[in-house]
Design a protein around this ligand. Structure first.
Ligand code: ZN
Length: 336
C-alpha cells in the first residue's frame, strides 16, 4: 500500500516525500487536525517510507521492514498513547487517559538506543495533547537534544493544549478535513449504497473517512427516517405520545448521536427555508424537509437548536440529569 492509497492528503504527503528525497527530515513533526482524518495512518506510512527496503520516498507494504512495522514488531518504530492509571487497569484510553512523565522516559530511552542497521527510529505520540504539563516539560528535553536517526511525530487534534516551546520545536503539518466529494466517492466505492446516501454519509462525517466508515448504515439509512416521522408527528394535543417517545429515546444507546442528528435536522429545515437547498445535509430526505419548511421560523429553529444542546449538556457529566426527564422536557418544548 503506497502513499497514493491514503485518501485526501496529497499536499501533506508531498511535504513528507520532499523531505525524504532532499534528505532534510526534521527531528520532530506535529501532525495537527481533526480526529479520524488519517493523521496517524500517515505517520505510520511515513515511518514505513523511511524504512522501506524497496522504495526511496514511498513504501511497498510488502518488504520485511514494512510488514514488521504493520505488525508492530519493528523495534525502531513505536507508538506512545494515553493510558488510564494502573489502578484502573492501565489500558489505552484516548478520551480520559494521560501520557505521563514515565512514558516520556520510555521514549527517551528507546530513541537513545542505537538503531538497527541503517533504520530510522520513529516514535509516534498519538493524542499528544494528553501529555500532562510535567510530561511536556520533560519531553522538551528530547526535542532540544534529538537522538541521531530519530524522528518524533506528535499527532494531535488539539495543538493549542501543547506548550509553545514544544510546538515551536516541531515542523507542523496541518491535516485538513477531506473534501466531501472525495469521501462520497470513496463511500460509494466501498459500501453498497446510492450516490445520495453516500453524499449524506459524507456530509455527516465531518471530513473523516474513519467516521464515515464507522457510521451505522442501518441507523443512517432507516432509523433516521423513522425517527423523523415520529418526531415531526409529536403534538401537544397528544401528551401521551410525547412521553412514550421520550421514554423510548432516553433508552437508546446512541442517544448522543440522535440528539446531534436532531440538531442537523433543524439546521436542514432552516437552510432550506431560506432557499439554500444545496446546503442541506440530509439531501436524501429533501422532500420531507420541504414539507416542514412552511410554518418554520428562524426563531423556532434557533430555540430548537438551543433546547437540544441544553438537553445534551444536561444528561452528560458532570450534570448527569435523568435522561427520561430531560427528553420529556425537550420534546414537550419542541412539539407543536
Ligand atoms: Zn517496504
Amino acid at each position: 500500500m503506497p502513499f497514493t492509497d491514503i485518501i485526501g492528503h496529497d499536499k501533506e504527503i508531498e511535504i513528507l516525500k520532499r523531505g525524504i528525497l532532499q534528505d532534510r527530515i526534521p527531528h520532530a513533526f506535529l501532525f495537527a487536525g481533526p480526529n479520524g482524518i488519517g493523521k496517524k495512518m500517515t505517520a505510520f506510512a511515513f515511518a514505513k517510507a523511511l524504512n522501506c527496503e524497496r522504495c526511496k520516498d514511498d513504501f511497498c507494504g510488502e518488504c520485511q521492514n514494512c510488514r514488521a512495522i504493520d505488525g508492530s514488531s519493528f523495534m525502531d518504530v513505536f507508538v506512545v498513547e494515553p493510558r488510564e492509571p494502573d489502578y484502573k487497569g492501565g489500558a489505552v484510553d484516548h478520551a480520559s487517559g494521560t501520557i505521563k512523565e514515565d512514558d516520556i522516559s520510555g521514549i527517551q530511552q528507546r530513541v537513545g538506543y542505537r538503531s538497527q542497521k541503517g533504520s530510522k527510529k520513529v516514535c509516534i505520540v498519538d493524542s499528544a495533547e494528553k501529555m500532562n504539563r510535567v510530561a511536556q516539560n520533560k519531553f522538551l528535553k528530547t526535542l532540544e537534544e534529538p537522538a541521531p536517526d530519530s524522528v518524533i511525530i506528535l499527532v494531535t487534534c488539539k495543538p493549542a493544549e501543547l506548550i509553545p516551546t514544544v510546538l515551536s520545536r516541531c515542523q507542523r503539518i496541518n491535516f485538513m478535513p477531506i473534501k466531501k466529494d472525495i469521501i462520497s466517492g470513496f463511500i460509494l466505492d466501498k459500501l453498497k449504497c446510492s450516490k445520495e446516501e453516500a453524499d449524506v454519509i459524507s456530509s455527516l462525517s465531518g471530513g473523516s473517512i474513519g467516521t464515515a466508515l464507522k457510521m451505522d448504515m442501518d441507523w443512517l439509512l432507516k432509523k433516521r427516517r423513522h425517527l423523523i416521522e415520529r418526531f415531526e408527528g409529536l403534538s401537544l394535543d397528544k401528551a401521551e405520545d410525547i412521553l412514550k417517545f421520550a421514554d423510548e429515546i432516553a433508552k437508546e444507546e446512541d442517544l448522543d448521536a440522535i440528539l446531534e442528528f436532531l440538531k442537523i435536522w433543524h439546521r436542514d429545515i432552516m437552510v432550506s427555508s431560506v432557499g439554500r437547498d444545496e446546503m442541506v445535509i440530509n439531501m436524501d430526505m429533501l422532500p420531507v424537509i420541504k414539507k416542514h419548511v412552511s410554518g418554520f421560523t428562524a426563531e423556532r429553529a434557533v430555540n430548537g437548536l438551543m433546547a437540544i444542546e441544553e438537553a445534551r449538556r444536561n444528561i452528560m457529566p458532570p450534570r448527569y440529569a435523568n435522561k427520561q426527564l430531560a427528553m420529556e422536557n425537550l420534546f414537550i418544548g419542541l412539539a407543536r
